[in-house]
Design a protein around this ligand. Structure first.
Ligand code: ZN
Length: 173
């Protein structure tokens, strides 16, 4: 005979629903380094379009125009407290190189997410502990970058025009 009351069963069900909600809003572990078996810009350069779609979902602005740093093909400006803006120079380049540029800037987006939108600390993917070298070293691992973006919940912290943009000075792009 089942001695469990209907009330107890209802509470259990509610507990499962609440657990599911908590899991759905948890951020991925950004410090998890690429394992080397995923899709890359070399094997699948079209992954750059998927990166851009995920960036749009999360609220990263992507602008076709001159990067903010002279001599660079792309830049990411991190905003304090919200995701920032990627600028991509328009020049002829192979699909693979374009993919690596975009993947590079999205590694900075992951660093920004890892820094809780208050800085852009290195993810610790190794071997370098510097955020710029880290982005260069792993920019071909676009599949891993995409996976981390896809499992990042949309927090609603989108760039907006209703508030003045506050830039984070001194942050390497
Ligand atoms: Zn960079």
């Amino acid at each position: 005979m089942n001695r469990q009351s209907p009330g107890a069963a209802w509470l259990l069900t509610l507990g499962l629903v609440l657990t599911g909600c908590v899991q759905a809003t948890a951020s991925p572990n950004y410090t998890l380094a690429p394992q080397g078996a995923g899709r890359t810009c070399t094997t699948d350069p079209s992954i750059s379009e998927e990166l851009l779609r995920e960036g749009q979902r999360l609220g990263v602005q992507v602008i076709a125009g001159p990067p903010e740093l002279p001599g660079k093909d792309a830049s990411y400006r991190a905003e304090h407290g919200r995701l920032g803006t990627i600028r991509l120079k328009q020049r002829p380049m192979s699909a693979e190189v374009r993919c690596q540029l975009i993947s590079h800037e999205f590694i900075h987006v992951l660093q920004h997410l890892h820094g809780d939108l208050k800085g852009v600390p290195p993810l610790g993917w190794g071997p370098s502990r510097d955020q710029e070298a880290e982005a260069y070293a792993h920019q071909n691992q676009a599949g891993h970058v995409l996976q981390l973006l896809r499992t990042t919940p949309n927090t609603g912290r989108r760039p907006g025009t209703e508030n003045p943009i506050r830039t984070l000075s001194g942050v390497p792009y």
